[in-house]
Design a protein around this ligand. Structure first.
Ligand SMILES: Cc1cc2nc3c(=O)[nH]c(=O)nc-3n(C[C@H](O)[C@H](O)[C@H](O)COP(=O)(O)O)c2cc1C
Length: 194
């Protein structure tokens, strides 16, 4: 059998595996699905697919509410502690703190690190009502240079940010957002693509 026939058979096998595992617990997630599908369609080589699976970045987005408003000193302590941990564990991201005590945070990095950190964050007594907004893989980071970027917003900006993220998550019509802060715009632009 020629190499081309081999390759065509592999592509067919992958297409079959995708179809057979659909709606079972073995089904690939969206990121894996898109890559495998593009291999089955002949748009990527197997090596490209394997590389993109190995280097994928998990993006986890949640919102929460501070139990008590944090002082500037408490926020600085939280950021210092976070950045030290994140640097050592390959995590980057953005923490947004609204003046009314709401948090929105993006954690990005290897899936096992992101999920382990999220477990700790959920247990943290400094905030409550932790709600997951999104948890997806993508091919690259959004906040590459930040062990944890930080933005403090006023209440209206926070309201728009949440309205936008929730509309996107529920496939509703997106509101027009009057947000100009560059880090928040990065989050909104990237989030609307995934
Ligand atoms: C809103 C919020 C965001 C946080 N973000 C991070 C973070 O990015 N990285 C981190 O290491 N800890 C973060 N923390 C702190 C963790 O919740 C936790 O205190 C820290 O991981 C130490 O946990 P441990 O005492 O269970 O080891 C955050 C806490 C809060 C309240």
């Amino acid at each position: 059998m020629t190499e081309l026939q081999d390759e065509a058979q592999r592509r067919r096998a992958i297409a079959l595996a995708i179809a057979l595992t659909a709606d079972t617990h073995l089904a690939p997630d969206q990121y894996e699905f898109d890559l495998l599908e593009s291999y089955a369609q002949g748009e990527r080589t197997l090596n490209q697919v394997l590389l993109e699976l190995d280097t994928r970045v998990q993006h986890l987005l949640y919102r929460s509410q501070a139990v008590e408003l944090l002082t500037a000193v408490q926020l600085t302590e939280l950021l210092e502690e976070s950045r030290a941990w994140n640097r050592a564990h390959g995590i980057t991201g953005l923490l947004c703190y609204g003046s009314d005590g709401h948090f929105v945070q993006v954690l990005e990095g290897p899936a096992h690190e992101v999920h382990a950190l999220y477990v700790k964050i959920q247990r943290d007594k400094r905030h409550q009502n932790v709600q997951l907004l999104s948890n997806k893989a993508a091919s690259s980071r959004w906040f590459t240079d930040w062990q944890m970027a930080f933005v403090e917003t006023d209440a209206p900006d926070f309201f728009w940010l949440i309205s936008y993220l929730e509309a996107r998550e529920h496939n509703l019509v997106m509101p027009q957002i009057p947000i100009t802060e560059p880090l928040l715009l990065t989050l909104l632009n990237q989030f609307s693509r995934t």
